[in-house]
Design a protein around this ligand. Structure first.
Ligand SMILES: [Zn+2]
Length: 104
């Protein structure tokens, strides 16, 4: 998989999706469902900040259950933390875009 297959919106690398615009940008399958909304966005950073607020909540919930000391976590728990954060960010970003509620 190359950097050409890193989603323009959520930053996740996946092996299938959709190219759009010129210069060509790539969207993962999940984000491609929102392509009409994504094309209208002028400031993605505002949506990213909103998504990071949600990820902060998600990571806080994870820490409440598993603790904050990563060195004390076993490999599976630490991997689940990263999965929770990465998936949470993408889902929160798509949720902010889908809600059509511009955060600025
Ligand atoms: Zn994506």
């Amino acid at each position: 998989m190359t950097d050409d297959h890193v989603c323009h919106v959520c930053g996740v690398a996946r092996d299938c999706g959709l190219g759009f615009d010129k210069p060509l940008r790539w969207l993962c399958v999940d984000c491609s469902m929102l392509i009409d909304d994504i094309r209208k966005i002028k400031r993605m950073d505002a949506y990213e900040h909103r998504a990071l607020d949600k990820v902060d909540d998600i990571a806080g919930d994870f820490a409440a259950e598993h603790g904050t000391d990563m060195a004390a976590m076993d490999d599976l728990t630490r991997r689940m933390l990263w999965k929770t954060v990465v998936q949470g960010y993408g889902n929160a970003l798509r949720g902010a875009i889908r809600s059509n509620d511009a955060p600025f």
